[in-house]
Design a protein around this ligand. Structure first.
Ligand SMILES: Cc1cc2nc3c(=O)[nH]c(=O)nc-3n(C[C@H](O)[C@H](O)[C@H](O)COP(=O)(O)OP(=O)(O)OC[C@H]3O[C@@H](n4cnc5c(N)ncnc54)[C@H](O)[C@@H]3O)c2cc1C
Length: 333
């Protein structure tokens, strides 16, 4: 085989998929290398796209000929325009996607893109000629050459996951981390740092009492991400549901704080401003007696619900005890 490409993209997440399609559509012989071809476009946290600021970016990607808006519309199970109380410049499209359909749509899009090839493997080494990249080496021992290499490895480079005091190496849940590339990049002069993010537990929908929650129905008007008329939102639309934490929930969470990797020094890195953990919220906003939570469906054929607003690194049992105090989740599994 001739492993010689114009462009090689490392990592098939949101960024890598878009980069690979853009490169191939512009006529470059492009290879997308990723650890697991069945997880192309896998959403690391909740299966949602857009929201404030990010929704505008997705529409800009669409206007520039990108794929993300199209894939999102085709896999959307709820669509809302946030910030409607403000002027149109502030409106923010946000969709809840079917997690599996999102991956399927990406795979279909890639398969239909000329000049684009996919290789399932892990990149272990970048190859340089002085300070110019010329190729890479993979875990299977394959050496590939390219004029340009795009690195979109997401949270995988040296990734470490915290569950209370338990630590596991990993790029995200059930997927291995990637080692060696950060060290190489540092050697040639890049600086690196670590950030942290978090995710909430998922709830079995069969154990949720939705009658105790407020239903949030999606909007079935003309809105979508893509400006292309033949791109439509066809999947069954599903509701989200709103509930709240209460003082008893906060009390249960406080009992586990000494085991929180965020507060006992186990996690040293800082987090981005989006999506603070529930333990951060009860400390930063100690005067608040309730925090809003959203139960978001993960797909049309799934019982899985994402508990938006309850991201946490607290031990499992602390999280379970706290969740049992929440209206509608008393019997959750
Ligand atoms: C628990 C968690 C919660 C998060 N919550 C949010 C959130 O609420 N909002 C938000 O905007 N973002 C969140 N993120 C960040 C999320 O990672 C990004 O938003 C988004 O997924 C980044 O896309 P990406 O394409 O850069 O990388 P990713 O989606 O992470 O994709 C990286 C890809 O690179 C591949 N890869 C990595 N290293 C190699 C290698 N050496 N060789 C071959 N393939 C490789 C991986 O297999 C993967 O397919 C969260 C991440 C995690 C882990």
């Amino acid at each position: 085989m001739d492993f010689n490409y114009d462009v090689i993209v490392i990592g098939a997440g949101h960024a890598g998929n878009e980069a690979a399609c853009a490169s191939a559509n512009m006529g470059s012989k492009t290879l997308l290398i990723t650890m697991d071809m069945n997880k192309i476009g896998q959403m690391s946290c909740n299966p949602a796209v857009g929201g404030i600021a990010k929704g505008q970016i997705v529409r800009e990607i669409d206007a520039l000929g990108g794929q993300m808006g199209i894939v999102t519309d085709r896999s959307a199970i709820q669509f809302r325009m946030l910030n409607r109380s403000k002027g149109p410049a502030m409106w923010s499209p946000r969709s809840q996607s079917d997690r599996h359909r999102f991956i399927e749509e990406w795979i279909k899009t890639m398969s239909e893109t000329p000049n684009l090839y996919i290789w399932q493997d892990t990149v272990t080494q970048l190859i340089f000629d002085k300070n110019t990249i010329t190729g890479l080496k993979t875990a299977l021992g394959v050496v590939m050459k390219a004029k340009s290499v795009v690195l979109t490895a997401g949270t995988f480079l040296g990734g470490l996951m915290h569950f209370g005091k338990n630590q596991l190496n990993g790029g995200r849940i059930s997927e291995p981390a990637s080692y060696g590339l950060t060290e190489q990049l540092k050697e040639i002069g890049f600086t690196s740092d670590r950030m942290k993010t978090g995710t909430p537990c998922r709830i079995d929908g069969r154990t949720i009492d939705f009658s105790k929650m407020t239903e949030q129905i999606g909007e079935n008007d003309f809105h979508k991400f893509s400006f292309l008329e033949d791109v439509t939102r066809d999947l069954k639309q599903m509701s989200c549901h709103i509930t709240y934490t209460n003082e008893q929930t906060h009390e249960e969470l406080r009992k586990g704080l000494e085991f929180s990797p965020l507060y006992n020094g186990q996690i040293q890195s800082i987090g981005p401003r989006y999506c603070p953990s529930i333990e951060t919220k009860i400390i930063t906003f100690a005067d608040k007696t309730a925090h809003q939570l959203f139960l978001e469906p993960e797909g049309v054929d799934s019982n899985e619900y994402y508990l938006n607003g309850f991201s946490s690194s607290l031990p499992l049992q602390t999280q379970i005890n706290a969740i049992h105090t929440i209206s509608g989740l008393e019997n959750h599994n």
